[in-house]
Design a protein around this ligand. Structure first.
Ligand SMILES: [Zn+2]
Length: 437
């Protein structure tokens, strides 16, 4: 329950789409008080302040209910919190509504009007489309707009056990088989994201009952960690790597394995892997950042008390995130063997990723010495080296599996999987060329 709560709090601070506001959050003791501390991928000072204000407003709703002589019902509390979330997340919510308006009308046209099921689905979706809140009419943060949002989310939820849901799910699964981003899968995905806000309001209400007698929602501070600075990435100045070169560099290979990898790489060329790799390499601007969860972990490790259990609420060493932890962050936490736990991860990798900054630890007189710089540099290189080894092993395994998978799947599925390989490929190339600044 506590992990879910922390993840939900991180989620409601992730105001905008596209990844900049992805947030990690922990509940710690600081200066004798509970402190909700968070970090985001790319937020400047005013945006961090805005997020702190948003989180405080949210937690204050729970606090005032605990302090009230007569407490409000859970239902009233959930609506109040949901309203707060929706008004703070209005940029993201608006992007969901725009997508939904477009794709619902496409899906309505695609319903099979010859069958009863299709007719019912069309009618249900038409009703939903008519309920779509209109930000132009009601203002984007006005009470009317928020209330119509809440009613709309409730309507989606009511449909979640209806035949409409099955109808959409079946077609969304078809969408996924062909390619990502079809109308049906967008409707399913976006509806799910909107309903997730309702869960994000329910969890803290339950939590404020469970921990009513603690300081958790009664006496707290809120703090934020600065996002990482831009860092010049040099990898893309180099020539793009080929699949064969990447496989060839896998650590600890025997000659027989190298020969086998060469064949694998050749087999993958019918899917134009190398030219896709080259295109991605040349067209993408690289601006790596320290991901939010690494930023927060790094901040905790460097400040007084570090990541020792006593520093966390109830000794629960946990960092929650608004999104599942990416593959590279998982590898990093594995390599540094942290006792802190995180939300479960996903296998995706992102090019715009980097290690936390190096910090030099001074000697007895706190002066930065050549040896302390060397030590920090050595630690940094060791982490990077171990990560590279693990990622290479994973890349080669994926490539091998794809080659052996080839016969078992039809071409669509296979092509789709190869695009995942491409992602790993680019990543491996980048890691190989990362240089110390
Ligand atoms: Zn990450």
């Amino acid at each position: 329950m506590f992990h879910t709560l922390v993840n939900k709090l991180a989620q409601i601070c992730d105001f905008e789409p596209k990844g900049n506001t992805v947030t990690a959050l922990a509940v710690i003791w600081r200066d004798g008080r509970i402190c909700y501390v968070f970090a985001s991928n790319r937020r400047r000072t005013p945006a961090l302040k805005n997020a702190r204000i948003g989180l405080k407003a949210f937690l204050d709703i729970l606090k005032s209910n605990l302090e009230a002589e007569t407490r409000d019902s859970d239902e009233v509390m959930e609506r109040r919190l949901l309203g707060e979330i929706l008004s703070r997340n209005n940029v993201r919510v608006r992007s969901y509504l725009t997508a939904l308006a477009k794709e619902l009308s496409t899906c309505i046209k695609k319903c099979d009007a010859a069958g009863v099921e299709g007719m019912e689905a069309r009618d249900a979706m038409t009703r939903l489309a008519q309920m779509l809140p209109d930000p132009n009419k009601d203002g984007q943060k006005g009470d009317n707009y928020i209330n119509s949002m809440i009613r709309f989310i409730e309507a989606i939820r009511e449909n979640s056990t209806s035949p409409l849901r099955r109808y959409i799910s079946a077609r969304a699964a078809e969408d996924d088989k062909m390619a990502k981003g079809g109308s049906w899968s967008t409707v399913r995905h976006v509806s799910g994201r909107l309903v997730a806000y309702q869960y994000a309001a329910q969890t803290p209400v339950q939590a404020h009952h469970i921990w009513a007698d603690t300081e958790l929602f009664r006496d707290f501070n809120i703090a934020s960690v600065r996002s990482s600075q831009s860092y010049p990435a040099e990898a893309l100045n180099l020539n793009p790597m080929t699949t064969e070169a990447i496989m060839h560099r896998a650590p600890g290979c025997t000659q027989a394995q190298v020969d086998a990898y060469k064949q694998h790489a050749a087999a993958l060329q019918q899917y134009l892997l190398d030219s896709k790799l080259e295109r991605q390499w040349k067209t993408r601007a690289l601006d790596p950042i320290v991901h939010a969860e690494m930023l927060l972990h790094d901040w905790l490790a460097r400040t007084e008390g570090g990541i020792q259990a006593y520093r966390f609420f109830h000794n629960w060493r946990y960092i929650g995130t608004s999104k599942p932890v990416c593959r590279l962050c998982q590898e990093y936490f594995h390599v540094i063997a942290t006792p802190v736990r995180f939300r479960s991860g996903h296998p995706n990798t992102y090019l715009n990723w980097r290690l936390p900054d190096m910090y030099y630890v001074g000697g007895e007189d706190s002066a930065i010495t050549t040896s302390s710089i060397e030590r920090a540099r050595r630690d940094w290189c060791e982490i990077l080296g171990r990560m590279k080894g693990r990622v290479y092993a994973a890349v080669v395994q994926v490539l091998e599996e794809k080659v052996s998978d080839k016969k078992a799947h039809d071409s669509n599925t296979y092509t789709d999987k190869v695009s995942g390989v491409k992602e790993m490929d680019r990543l491996a190339g980048w890691l190989e060329h990362v240089q110390l600044g």
